[in-house]
Design a binder for this molecule. Structure first.
Ligand SMILES: [Fe+2]
Ligand SMILES: [Fe+2]
Length: 270
């Protein structure tokens, strides 16, 4: 299967890039399944129902969230009506929606998508992501019902993400990190066949501080004092993420390539 995963969509610039380009990439790269992390799609803070619909209509088969999952209040209800949106497994016991789900790709094959939040350097003490993922992986063994198994691991620390990659090795087709908004250059296939990338980067304007207009973050670093709200940068966005090919029989990755399209970052394609 040919799968595309795109990192955190950041504000209007990110949404515009997804809506204008995803159909073209699907055709050009013959994609079977597309996952988009959309936790920052609405003003950089969460995902509204209207913006979720726009990203799904643009061609995303699944939207994942993150620590900002419910910053837009209408997502608390919308996630119960829209099964194509996944929130982190370990967000909170009280959270609506699901943290993992089996999807049908356009060609009829089954894809499991799961998301978890890390614990290191995160603003809230989330539950252990490893024990949250364990039963999900156990109930969907590779070579079983799911032809591909995708894990979005949303966290800050590169060490925690690499550890998760090895924890899932041989049991997931892809483990990809999100949340830092900066892509890492370590796309690889791990020893037992899991495709891995520490961070997918963001779909947003890179002439920014992790997607936000530069002025206010700079002010806060320089003076320690906030003056205005953070607002997403509005220049041309780069779509950033990872492309993976998987073997339907084993569920393991056979090829993995980082992708970048448009905007400031150097282009990369499968
Ligand atoms: Fe994010
Ligand atoms: Fe995040």
């Amino acid at each position: 299967m040919k799968i595309l995963f795109l990192g955190d969509v950041m504000g209007r610039a990110g949404r515009r890039a997804v809506c204008e380009n995803l159909a073209r990439l699907r055709d050009a790269w013959k994609l079977d399944f597309i996952v988009v992390n959309a936790e920052n799609a609405t003003s950089g803070m969460g995902l509204s129902a209207a913006h979720a619909q726009a990203l799904l209509e643009a061609g995303a088969d699944c939207l994942t969230l993150g620590d900002h999952a419910f910053d837009q209040k209408d997502m608390l209800r919308f996630i119960e009506q829209e099964p194509r949106i996944i929130r982190p497994l370990n967000f909170s016991r009280a959270a609506p929606g699901k943290g993992a789900r089996l999807f049908s790709a356009r060609n009829g094959r089954k894809v499991l998508v799961a998301q978890a939040l890390g614990q290191v350097f995160m603003k809230r003490p989330f539950d252990d992501p490893f024990s949250a993922l364990e039963p999900v992986l156990k109930s969907h063994p590779p070579g079983g019902l799911a032809h591909a198994i995708l894990v979005d691991f949303h966290c800050e620390a590169t060490s925690e993400k690499m550890a998760m990659g090895h924890f899932c090795d041989g049991r997931a087709s892809l483990v990809v990190g999100t949340h830092t908004h900066v892509p890492t250059a370590d796309a690889m296939i791990l020893a037992r066949g899991t495709g891995y990338l520490t961070d997918a980067g963001m779909c947003g304007d890179y002439n920014s501080v992790i997607g936000m207009e530069k002025q206010e973050p700079l002010r806060r670093f320089l003076t320690g004092m906030p003056k205005e709200r953070f607002t997403p940068a509005t220049g041309d966005a780069t779509l950033s993420g990872v492309y993976v090919e998987t073997d339907d029989r084993t569920g393991m990755a056979t090829r993995i390539v980082m992708v970048r399209d448009g905007g400031l970052l150097q282009a990369a394609a499968p």
